[in-house]
Ligand binder design. Structure first.
Ligand SMILES: *Cc1c(COP(=O)(O)O)cnc(C)c1O
Length: 349
């Protein structure tokens, strides 16, 4: 990446004027399954009524699925909704700190701000992986919440389960550790931690998950936290009444009914991730090792240029100027279009 490179213009790619491949927001490229669409249509016929305020049916289904009592769950309008409630409940005093890695999920700074917390950011370590030692060392008397995004957005990297357990053991009691597992379903590395399995015996741990990515319901806004009952109750205490709407509840229940079909799609996306990552590596672009539904290219100064070249070719990716580019894994056709741009961009040997 450091060698000077002749200026190669990306090849223009044929596309229909109206077609833009959306690989910028880590969405699922597939539309809702017919059974999920049907549940949503049915829910549409009942929207004159308020939703079930306690989301009882969905909560029970999730509790069953996770093997925990319903009291260990807290639902929200997307996992960012859950984060908002959680931070509102646990960030109480002036100067209370929320600690997280950086770069990580772009919503964390904003969510911390609106909870009137102070953001403390710890740079990722080698390989764009969370530097858990540095994070543990950064915990101080004002730290209220530590967020570990696993896999990390925007890099896709995961922390090994054993490292995570050692890290959790080092965090003082009373400091909440939130594992953001928005991309859990895409993880194939057996060494990566499963947050829910770490909950027993760890009263300050919270696992946050979402229906937005693997389950393809980003537009409905539904996510949840699993924690020990006192923590889950504190999160629930901050929820907005009727914040989880009836279509979201119905769509999520229908998705749990169709889980096998949805996870088959996830498997396809994982195959595409591996294919696309290999192709990018062959081009010398060295994507970070991703366990999510996106790939990170640490292009540094060339990030903005790559983003613009993708847009020109009809692919929306997420460029972080000066840092890198995050490419969501979409349909094979969409991924191929991004790869064609990358081929025109790659360093020449
Ligand atoms: C996409 C994403 C979420 C999900 O947000 P929702 O509000 O559930 O749509 C949460 N955390 C991370 C790291 C994400 O990338």
């Amino acid at each position: 990446m450091s060698a000077p490179r002749p200026p190669v213009l990306p090849q223009p790619l044929p596309r229909k004027e109206s077609t833009m491949y959306l690989l910028a927001a880590n969405e699922n490229p597939y539309p809702p399954l017919p059974s999920v669409a049907e549940a949503l249509t049915e829910a549409a016929g009942r929207v004159n009524r308020y939703p079930d305020r306690s989301s009882a049916q969905l909560t029970d289904r999730l509790a069953d699925r996770l093997g925990v009592p319903a009291g260990q769950l807290a639902l929200g309008a997307g996992s960012v909704g859950v984060f908002q409630h959680l931070l509102q409940s646990f960030v109480r005093e002036d100067g209370d700190e929320v600690l997280y890695a950086w770069p990580s999920f772009e919503a964390y700074p904003h969510l911390t701000d609106i909870a009137r917390g102070v953001s403390v950011r710890v740079p990722l370590g080698p390989g764009a992986v969370h530097d858990l030692d540095a994070m543990a060392a950064a915990v101080g008397e004002h730290t209220r919440v530590v967020i570990v995004c696993n896999p990390n957005n925007p890099t896709g990297t995961t922390v090994p389960g054993a490292d995570l357990e050692r890290f959790l053991d080092r965090i003082p009691a009373g400091v909440l550790v939130v594992l953001d597992e928005a991309y859990r379903e895409f993880v194939t590395d057996p060494l990566s931690a499963d947050g829910a399995s770490l909950l027993p015996g760890r009263p300050d741990l919270v696992v946050v998950r979402t229906f937005s990515k693997a389950y393809g319901l980003a537009g409905l806004r539904i996510g949840y936290a699993v924690a020990h009952e006192p923590v889950a109750a504190r999160i629930r205490a901050a929820v907005v009444p009727y914040g989880v709407n009836s279509a979201a509840q119905a769509g999520a229940v229908a998705s749990l009914d169709a889980e096998a079909e949805l996870l088959a799609r996830v498997e396809e996306l994982v195959k595409e991730r591996e294919r696309t990552a290999l192709a990018l590596a062959d081009l010398g672009l060295a994507p970070a090792r991703s366990e999510a539904n996106f790939l990170w290219l640490g292009l540094g100064d060339r990030a903005a240029e790559f983003g613009a070249a993708c847009a020109e070719a009809g692919v929306a990716v997420r460029a972080f100027p000066g840092e890198g580019v995050r490419i969501t894994i979409g349909t094979p056709e969409a991924n191929d279009t991004a790869l064609a741009v990358a081929a025109a961009f790659a360093p020449r040997s």
